[in-house]
Design a protein around this ligand. Structure first.
Ligand SMILES: [Ca+2]
Ligand SMILES: [Ca+2]
Ligand SMILES: [Ca+2]
Ligand SMILES: [Ca+2]
Length: 361
């Protein structure tokens, strides 16, 4: 029964030959690529080369023990280099240990006449951890509450940032507080709209999105002076559990609602240790955890350096927030807007004050 597939394949090859791309090449190229992650060369990594200049099948190779892969006598052309592979890399948390993470790269290599010999290219491809590519990021987590003696932390907010060049749509996305690893979701609140296809709630490139626990002016609570809190009355969104009639609802600020059956409280995260995820809404079956394929970004934070991780290293290789202090008004923000190496130990800094809707200087 293989014949139909073979026929289809031959038809495909035949039709591909009728396209207008040239099949004669203008010369050849010897290309050597070194593949690195951070400061380490990676061996045994599959590398794929594809050119759109010629009608040719992709080339593939695997890096050797020096982290190099060579392609000889390939057509002289521009190539798209792609890598997606698991790799053994230095641990983000223990300098004596190694971790397995998925590394990715997608880079164009263009032969230029400025090369010493234009037919020989030697270059280095820098891979990044999967999850570190530009996109929608959890940019700031303000969790600890303002200075106060009333255990007030209802001014918590999460700030997102679109670090990509494309508009991203929040429709149907979910924000989760995790308990331990992807298998255990503590809370799951969802943006309105249809996941993956909805186009109602755009986030243009380089835009911040503030999601308040309660979208009110927390500096102006009756009989509770909180001058160092934040005015979130103009937040972009607020968490609002429609099963909790006591949960404040600012009519001018749209809501993310709880979707967990039987849960009737607000979206609250722990002050100094937790994991927060944003996911694309393709996995709403929270009882068996969250599919890693659905995760857009995840951040772990903990106030003490000996903390053991509560989320997979594929989501976050480290954790931010060492030194966070309850009821101090501190906030945790990426070092630069959207900066993400998938290692919150280096991606985040503690600020003295939160910065809802903007990046600290
Ligand atoms: Ca709320
Ligand atoms: Ca509202
Ligand atoms: Ca990330
Ligand atoms: Ca901010």
């Amino acid at each position: 029964m293989k014949t139909p597939f073979l026929l289809l394949f031959l038809l495909f090859v035949a039709s591909a030959c009728f396209r207008e791309q040239p099949t004669q090449v203008d010369g050849s190229l010897n290309l050597t690529l070194y593949v690195k992650f951070e400061d380490r060369f990676l061996n045994s990594i599959p590398v794929t080369l594809k050119t759109y200049d010629y009608n040719s099948t992709p080339f593939s190779g695997v890096t050797d023990s020096c982290g190099a892969v060579s392609f000889e006598n390939i057509p002289y052309a521009e190539y798209l280099i792609t890598i997606k592979s698991s790799a053994i890399v230095a641990s983000a948390l223990d300098s004596n240990a190694m971790d397995t993470v998925t590394v990715i790269a997608s880079t164009l290599i263009t032969p230029t006449e400025t090369s010493i010999n234009e037919n020989i290219i030697i270059d280095t491809i820098y891979t990044i951890a999967s999850g570190a590519q530009p996109g929608l990021k959890i940019n700031e987590l303000y969790t600890v509450g303002p200075p106060n003696r009333s255990y007030y932390f209802y001014d918590q907010f999460i700030e997102l940032y679109n670090s990509s060049n494309d508009t991203i749509y929040l429709d149907g996305m979910v924000i989760c507080r995790m308990w331990h690893m992807l298998e255990s979701v503590t809370y799951i609140f969802q943006f309105p709209g249809e996941p993956l296809v909805g186009r109602e709630y755009p986030v243009p490139p380089e835009t911040f999105v503030v999601i308040a626990q309660d979208a009110m002016d927390h500096t102006n609570i009756p009989n509770l002076p909180l001058p160092e809190s934040v005015d979130l009355s103009h937040a972009d969104w607020e968490f609002r559990n429609s099963a909790d009639y006591g949960d404040f609802d600012n009519p001018d600020v749209p809501n993310l609602d709880n979707i967990e059956v039987g849960y009737s409280r607000d979206f609250m995260i722990a002050l100094t240790m937790d994991v927060v995820l944003i996911a694309d809404g393709s996995d709403l079956d929270y009882l068996d955890g969250m599919d890693i394929e659905a995760v857009i970004d995840g951040v772990e934070y903990a106030s003490f350096s000996t903390h053991l991780k509560d989320i997979e290293k594929e989501v976050d290789r480290g954790f931010g927030g060492v030194g966070l202090t309850k009821y101090s008004g501190q906030s945790l923000e990426r070092v630069a807007a959207g900066f993400d190496s998938n290692n919150s130990s280096v991606d985040f800094v503690i600020l003295d004050h939160p910065t809802p809707g903007y990046q600290h200087e």
